[in-house]
Design a protein around this ligand. Structure first.
Ligand code: HEC
Length: 156
């Protein structure tokens, strides 16, 4: 076998081999009692926006597309989900302290304002996750309202 052919076989072997190393899936359709939607009043437009644009990385339930089955794409997605959930999980919002809830809502607002979320690499493939101006405004207005009412509770 020529050296060139050996190299080609080697890479084929690696590419096929890594397909068998599959990350655990982030799937839980039951929902939790700790969900932000059980805790705070969330208008429908806001909820729709968060669910289509944020939940794949910030909840316990990701809606996987076909390419998640192909490694190393699946690994990359798993990493985004792990890091995203560590920062903010809408399904576990209830376990955050009041101070943390306020600061998370503030960073949600900031991430929408500066366009850092959802990640650009994600909206490239998920066109529906590009939020309309109206939805962004609704989310910003809602976070303001929630931050105010949570802060009031704190001072009682
Ligand atoms: C493709 C996965 C993905 C999607 C979709 C996504 N995020 Fe994130 N998010 C992450 C990751 C990963 C991090 C961890 C920090 C980082 O790598 O930037 C993060 C961090 C955050 C943080 C904490 C960091 C900060 O800026 O203070 C907030 C808040 C946040 N995301 C909000 C949102 C909101 C709101 C949406 C929907 C509009 C969203 N994210 C959609 C992956 C995602």
């Amino acid at each position: 076998m020529s050296a060139k052919r050996k190299i080609v076989y080697f890479f084929l072997f690696v590419i096929i081999g890594i397909q068998f190393i599959r990350p655990v899936r982030n799937v839980d359709q039951q929902g939790t009692k700790r969900s932000i939607y059980k805790l705070l009043p969330v208008p429908e437009r806001v909820r729709d926006g968060l669910q289509t644009a944020c939940h794949d990385c910030h909840s316990n339930n990701t809606n996987y597309l076909w390419y998640a089955n192909i490694q190393p794409m699946g690994w990359l997605i798993a990493k985004h989900i792990r890091n995203g959930k560590a920062e903010l999980n809408f399904d576990e919002f209830g376990i955050y302290s009041k101070r943390r809830r306020i600061s998370k809502l503030r960073s949600v607002q900031n991430s929408i304002k500066d366009g850092s979320m959802p990640l650009a690499s994600y909206t490239m493939l998920h066109k529906d996750a590009r939020l309309s101006t109206e939805t962004k405004e609704s989310i910003i207005e809602w976070t303001n309202k929630m931050i105010d009412s949570l802060s009031m509770e704190n001072n009682r």
